[in-house]
Design a protein around this ligand. Structure first.
Ligand SMILES: Cc1cc2nc3c(=O)[nH]c(=O)nc-3n(C[C@H](O)[C@H](O)[C@H](O)COP(=O)(O)OP(=O)(O)OC[C@H]3O[C@@H](n4cnc5c(N)ncnc54)[C@H](O)[C@@H]3O)c2cc1C
Length: 417
């Protein structure tokens, strides 16, 4: 694979960019692989990359029913942060945070990670107490997080309305300065390119329709729309459709799938310097490099596989955005879309072996898995390669919903973006 460098870009500029090789090939599926990953989102492609890079397992296929990155990876609002409450979550998300810094160099692909700071607003006494508890817990875990007064929050984000008369008054904010955003498609493309470069087959337009198990119950491979593909190990990383695939293998998952929506405004000059989230009113906002305001909403209240979502959710979110940032109230919205997120009862992911031999699952990221992509892929590759979890994902089991040893970020934050 040709390396990207300033010299390569200059050389190609001179010859009309005709010399760039294909980023990744589109091979026909082989009969057998050591590992088949179901789902070519960031987590699945990243898993394949780390299997090859860190564990020398290159006879790997990533099978995708649509196009790579076309699931939640290419639909999310790209907020990256690691200030979760529980020790297990702090370790997992901070592992990812450290990997974001350096991911572009590792993949030789610019994922445009921008540590512009994520500010989470507090609007009432309960919010203030919750945020300050988070900050103390984060600091004990070595996770960056600090408290800002309303005036300091406004200084960090000038468009913020801190009038005490506002419907959602700002009583302070928790700021994680190393949080920020990255370019979502570039994460999928970068991992696909780097994995393909190490011998991984990325197979698009290939939906998994069944999981074949031997007489003694062990995984043998996957049935697909392009025929049976044999595999010694199968990793399911299918986000909102994880429970559908797992059911094919006879495993019932503690997951519910909901539509989650986002929208962008018309592009404007740089006006918004950071990411702002309000869990209480369930709205969050940042500005993309193209100049669009990227705005996220909450999930629909009803489970569904439709990638649209209810209009009232968006209008509620925009009400809140206009209240917090009156400067944006005359802006036009360009487009909205939805993705299907897979939500666990405790709002923490499942990253684990399963009761079926050779079957592994990485799911349950709900509304907030983009930020975890490199860390999740890294420890999931370890879990598949060693048939045992990495210390960082040891607690994120399927069994915790039977034993009650939850990682209850749902109770901690009420949301999990
Ligand atoms: C609107 C929205 C906003 C979000 N905002 C944020 C945010 O700001 N920050 C954050 O951290 N997270 C956010 N998220 C969540 C985040 O996008 C996801 O948690 C994360 O991208 C999941 O990545 P993935 O690789 O597991 O899944 P995906 O990218 O969804 O990949 C799974 C793939 O599996 C494929 N698949 C499904 N069924 C089959 C089958 N039968 N056969 C083959 N392939 C199949 C799908 O086509 C899909 O491409 C948001 C999500 C949405 C929808």
């Amino acid at each position: 694979m040709r390396k990207y460098s300033v010299f390569a870009v200059a050389r190609e500029a001179m010859r009309g960019h005709k010399g760039w090789p294909q980023q990744w090939t589109s091979p026909e599926p082989k009969k057998n692989y050591d590992v088949v990953i179901v789902g070519a989102g960031g987590h699945g492609l990243g898993t394949a990359y780390y299997l090859a890079k860190e564990h020398g397992i290159t006879n790997v296929a990533v099978v995708e029913k649509g196009w790579l990155g076309g699931g939640n990876t290419g639909r999310n609002t790209t907020i990256i942060r690691s200030n979760y409450l529980y020790d297990e979550s702090a370790a997992l998300y901070n592992h990812a945070m450290k990997m974001w810094d350096g991911l572009s160099q590792d993949l030789n692909y610019n994922v445009m990670y921008s540590a512009r700071g994520v500010m989470m607003l507090a609007h009432n006494v309960h919010d203030v107490q919750g945020a300050q508890r988070h900050i103390h817990a984060n600091r004990l875990n070595g996770v960056q997080n600090e408290w800002l007064t309303p005036e300091q929050a406004k200084a960090y984000c000038p468009p913020l309305n801190i009038s005490a008369a506002a419907r959602y008054p700002v009583m302070g904010a928790a700021l994680q300065r190393c949080g920020g955003t990255a370019r979502h498609d570039a994460v999928a493309w970068g991992y696909a390119r780097a994995a393909a470069d190490r011998g991984v087959d990325v197979i698009q337009n290939c939906a998994v329709t069944g999981v074949r198990r031997s007489a003694d119950g062990v995984v043998e491979g996957v049935e697909t729309t392009r025929g049976f593909i044999g595999a010694k190990k199968v990793g399911v990383v299918a986000a909102g459709h994880s429970s559908v695939i797992m059911e094919m293998a006879g495993v019932r998952m503690p997951l519910e799938s909901y539509p989650l929506q986002a929208l962008v405004s018309e592009p404007v000059k740089p006006v918004f310097p950071c990411v702002v989230m309000s869990n209480t009113v369930h709205a969050y906002i940042s500005q993309s490099d193209k100049g669009e305001l990227v705005i996220g909403a909450g999930t629909d209240q009803y489970t569904s596989y439709s990638q649209t979502g209810g209009l009232h959710i968006l209008t509620h979110t925009l009400d809140a955005i206009c209240e917090m940032f009156p400067i944006f109230s005359r802006m036009k919205m360009l487009r909205s879309w939805g993705g299907i997120v897979d939500v666990t009862p405790d709002r923490s992911p499942i990253l684990a072996k399963t009761p079926v031999g050779g079957l592994y699952v990485n799911c349950g990221w709900g509304t907030g898995g983009f930020k975890a992509t490199p860390g999740s892929a890294h420890v999931f590759a370890h879990t598949i390669a060693n048939d045992a979890p990495h210390a960082i994902n040891a607690g994120f089991t399927l069994e915790r919903f039977q034993t009650g040893r939850l990682i209850d970020e749902a109770a901690a934050a009420a949301v999990a973006h």
